[in-house]
Design a protein around this ligand. Structure first.
Ligand code: PEP
Ligand code: MN
Length: 337
């Protein structure tokens, strides 16, 4: 159920509706918009009677939301959500570029990566400390030590940092160090993890599962919003197809589809989406042209000796070239960089 308040509704009237919702044992989510506030109702197992809400002062209309996701939908909030991470905005006019290595490998490597990412024009730094690897014998990340190093590197170069958490324990460990908690593709439907990261209160980068539908991605995001955390950035990172020349099939179709159905920002990961360095820049450009709010790109100071995903990591100069070319594409789609 979505309760649309009148443009003139007072704060007291909004609070009154919230209290009424809570008195029914349900949860109220007030979502202020440009012209009016909408209040989402969650927690009901069956349909609610609209009339009981429409009688309350300040209410224009109560609308049943038939989809399983509500808070993430455009019906609930017509205006785009802009997620703020320090001074960086994701989902506004300005594109947000996140760059850095797949994994944090050493203090020196992440500091060099931060310096190069900054020079190239990136706004945030990525680097994994807990790596969910396909093989248990592959490099699994340096854990807490990596978190300390990436935080220090981000501070040194004034770049907010993004890193993946894989369970409750890594989430707790990462909290003091990381600005955006990434939920990886393999964990998109790990619902207890989604609720744990949501409660942590930091912005979340939610990657699409390799076999997840649009509906499943939006429902996964709904888990986070329904826990009270509205700062979610969606990420397309490629799905399993039958391509025999790329690691995944980057599904850029989802960008305009998300834009129509949801107010949440969506960025694209052309590194995992293609798995090949030479494909990263072309697909990154295509993503921005398709309306993505930004990119997350793997870049390593020395990709040939990277401990993970070296073959898809850009050389530093390739990152600068990509960002430079995006400066030409951005204005054509009404964006800045
Ligand atoms: C990553 O970003 O390093 C990563 C493991 O990505 P994904 O979850 O999309 O595979
Ligand atoms: Mn990687």
């Amino acid at each position: 159920m979505l309760i649309i308040m009148s443009r003139e509704a007072t704060l007291e009237q909004i609070r009154g509706v919230e209290q009424f919702i809570e008195s029914l044992g349900l949860r109220a989510h007030a979502i202020p918009g440009e012209s009016r506030t909408a209040i989402g109702v969650t927690g009901n197992s069956g349909p609610l009677n609209t009339a009981q809400f429409e009688e309350l002062p300040g209410v224009v209309q109560a609308v049943r939301v038939t989809k399983s996701f509500k808070l993430v939908s455009r019906e609930t909030k017509p205006e785009d959500t802009v997620v703020s991470v320090g001074d960086v905005r994701v989902g506004g006019r300005e594109l947000a570029i996140i760059a850095g290595p797949c994994s944090v490998e050493s203090r020196e490597q992440i500091f060099k990566s931060a310096e190069l990412a900054k020079q190239a024009g990136a706004q945030m730094l990525r680097g994994g400390a807990f790596k969910p690897r396909t093989s248990p014998y592959a490099f699994r990340g340096l854990g807490k030590q990596a978190l300390e190093w990436i935080q220090a590197a981000g501070r040194e170069y004034d770049l907010p940092v993004v890193s993946e958490v894989v369970d409750h324990e890594s989430c707790e460990l990462a909290l003091p160090f990381i600005d955006v908690l990434q939920v990886g593709a393999r964990n998109m439907q790990n619902y207890t993890l989604l609720e744990a990261v949501a409660r942590a209160g930091k912005p979340i980068l939610l990657k699409r599962g390799p076999a997840a539908s649009l509906d499943e991605l939006l429902n996964a995001a709904e888990y986070i919003l329904s826990t009270g955390n509205y700062n979610v950035i969606l990420c397309e990172r490629g799905i399993r197809g039958f391509s025999d020349f790329a690691r995944n099939t980057l599904d850029l179709n989802i960008v305009p589809a998300v834009k129509e159905m949801s107010h949440l920002p969506i960025i694209v990961d052309p590194s995992h989406g293609t798995g090949h360095r030479k494909m990263v820049a072309p697909l990154g450009r295509a993503a921005v042209a398709a309306g993505a709010d930004g990119l997350i790109v793997e870049m390593h100071p020395d990709p040939d000796h990277a401990l993970s995903d070296g073959y898809q990591s850009l050389y530093p100069l390739q990152l600068s070239g990509l960002i430079e070319s995006l400066r030409h594409i951005a204005p054509a789609v009404g964006r800045t960089l």
